[in-house]
Design a protein around this ligand. Sequence first.
Ligand code: 5AD
Ligand code: SF4
Length: 461
Amino acid sequence: MSEHSEALSQTPRERRVFVKTYGCQMNVYDSQRMSDALAADGYRATDEIGEADLVLINTCHIREKAAEKVYSELGRVRQLKAEREAAGHEMLVGIAGCVAQAEGEEIVRRAPVVDLVLGPQTYHRLPEMVARARSGTKVVETDHTLEDKFAHLPAPQRAPTRARGVTAFLTVQEGCDKFCTFCVVPYTRGSEISRTVAQIVAEAERLAEAGVREITLLGQNVNAWHGMGPDGREWGLGRLLYRLADIPGVARLRFTTSHPRDMDDDLIAAHRDLPALMPYLHLPVQSGSDRILKAMNRRHVAADYHRLVERIRDARSDIALSGDFIVGFPGETDADFEATMRLVEEVRYAAAFTFKYSPRPGTPAADMEFQVEPQVADERLQRLQALIARQQREFQESLVGQEMDVLIEKPGRRPGQKVGRSPWLQPVILDETLGEIGDIVSVRIGHTEANSLFAAPPGAT
Ligand code: 5AD
Ligand code: SF4
């Protein structure tokens, strides 16, 4: 149909792709790489789903709610596709990400509107899959291929990188071999793979050349990253961070998400030695109860976590911690939950994500006895959230009156303002005359509102 209209017009109409991303930052990164791969194939990104020739939904399977969203989104897409087709246009629909990996063919059966289903290890073959789907074949690819998708995906291009701003994600590691009993990641993303030092350094250099000032290294288990360095020795994430900090233009580095068991001495030393490494660490513990930690197969106890936090704080006293917590894991008693509350009280978080346990088919915990009553889990969730919200407020208030470096990221919502980011990840609203986007400026925090910090006006004492 669009082949036909192209044949009639002199210049082929540029195709458009609309990408919607659910879930974690790794999905955000993957969506960008998919857009880059499609750009090389003539697809321009659009924010208007109604004008898209290709709709790609990059999905998350971590909790049940996240997966269900995909099917309700597809209900809306079906309507749009019908309207576009009635007007003589194409609209291919693709499902990528972890729901695609977990459900495969089932998606096409349940939602016939879908034309292609692609798992996270197949994105380098996207243009070829789209071509097959355009010829009317339903395409389902969910292999955990042995080939290195990163070696085949186009590197980030200058123009789209610039358009994405002065901060960027860079996936260095994928998959997980830890097999926490609640988690689908080892099944959806597969076993752990690390990208090579050369690939990572080259990508970071490209980002820096395009004007990126802050790079966040990503991995489901980012601090399990390891690779052969140019010195012929095995490097861990700490060593890699020293190397990346040497790249001209890279002013800030972050990494997420870390497992407590993989926080080695080099990585802690990097937090002590590298001014570019921001003093913020996402270090999920999930529970404060040793019994539950064991049932979760976390392979650490609460005391290990406390000792680790102490070592990290000894190395970098101003480091802020964030975490993930699951309440209502099977068998969690009141006493187990109180142990989690105690751990949070003792650690003092700057922020944290809290989740009600969601049984994921195929994971060991889903079959465990003594699933917790939903209303008990709800009450626990509320108590934990209130405690964390209080700690977050206290942390923010402790920053009022402090001088800090802020990376200016974008124009503000109100005229005369710009928005930057503090070393501890909060948005900072500042006067636009204080600097240009991409500058790092020193400001004093005047007050805080919700999750944002407000810089004192220039000249204020
Ligand atoms: N139920 C609830 N929360 C979960 N998470 C992972 N799997 C589940 C599940 N089945 C949470 C963990 C993890 C974060 C990304 O999501 O806290 O760290
Ligand atoms: Fe999931 Fe545990 Fe691996 Fe994190 S460490 S991705 S929670 S299995």
